[in-house]
Design a protein around this ligand. Sequence first.
Ligand code: HEC
Length: 446
Amino acid sequence: MKFLPKTIFFLIILSACSEKVPSESETWNVIQEEILTPQCVNCHSQGTAIAKQSGLILSDGFSYGAMVGVPPKNIAAKNDNLVIVSNEGGLKGLGKSFLWEKINAHDREHYLSDHQNYGQMMPPGDNFLNDGQLQFIRAWIEAGAPELGIVADEKLLLDSNKYKPPPFHPLDPPEKGFQVHLGPFEVPPNFEREFFHYTDTRLNEDVFVNRIQIEMRPGSHHFILYSFEPDTKSGRLPDFGVNRELRDPDGAIHTSTLITMLNHQFFTGTQWPRMDYKLPEGVALRLTSKFGLDQNAHYVNRSDSVIVGEVYSNIHTVDKSQVEHIAELFAFSNRDFSLPPKKVTTVERTYRVNKDMYIGQMFSHAHELMTEFIVKVSGGSRDGEVVYWTDDWQHPPILEYDPLIELKSGEGLSLIATFDNSTDQTVKFGFLSTDEMMIVFGWYFE
Ligand code: HEC
């Protein structure tokens, strides 16, 4: 009781002071408003599968209590005695903060090679925070991660440089498995070159694939490896080792190439210049020995000089005895939409499944008019739950689900894509990068 008057006296002084200097905001509020809310909350918000999987809600009012002093959900990080954000301060606090490991793009090589079980870097999909944001968060953690007070200079945020992953380098072939290589090939100026190249994999029996690495020279729009539908007649298969162009320099589509696409079965693909995808232990994709792999490169060259493309793919395999679940691929592709000129249009389409499915991975594919792509569960107890979100058409994150998303027969996924058609023309589904697409790819098992 004796202290009460004094405390009140201090509080009066404190509030009087803070009224005098309203110009700068508390560091934590700035982190919330300038970084977490715009760049993390779309995924890390209540009721999303991502919040469930990561255990982390980063919305205003939740995020501080969810991070500071809290052990991570990620088991490897927890076993390394990290907390999401440590309040010990200094380099020690930084070194104990899982958040810093997850966002510090400049240490990406270390992260990928030494912490393979820490999950992806955040935000996923090579959408790194810029250097100013990183330095601002770092200063805050080093100052003991306080909820109140100004501990970092807001001017740091002006630094908009971003980490760039190291340049293309050829992949060494895998220890177990095989490699396919495409190119180098030329992409003429102001041209979108898309072609296919059927490669003999020389397999004597079906193999089980649990990791795929792809490395490309810059300029790629997408790269896909296709197999063929099981009943494809040999007469429908392309010749090995020949480049089949999709279009002429004047834009005309080659029908002969289109015909070879009809029996395609998607095997793997990416829009990132570098992909290293591992399936969980015990899960593998089956790759048939009946067919080779049809490599599909799509490079976009908007410059005035020739660029060179090249792609390496490593297919890592495991023994059949190590496989508990064979993963199947799915693609939900909506081709039935029309985007009026000078308008923002949201297209929604629901796909129902006719068997019980466990989904382990998803990523979206769309072109440059896409501004937001959401996938929600439709039906069942998780009806309406967001399981995928991106606003990046170029490098959409490949999200992995652990626990897997369980869909019962009759339930499904709703795809909700928003497109900002700033052009003068109606845009529809099509294969040019000026056309649009609305696809979700992934794998599942029954
Ligand atoms: C596209 C969706 C998406 C976005 C955007 C995103 N995250 Fe995540 N985040 C995930 C997923 C999925 C996981 C769980 C898997 C993993 O760790 O890779 C996760 C996990 C995490 C974890 C680990 C939690 C734990 O306890 O294991 C942290 C920390 C994190 N995210 C921080 C962030 C921050 C900070 C941002 C924004 C700068 C962000 N995330 C943006 C999807 C996202």
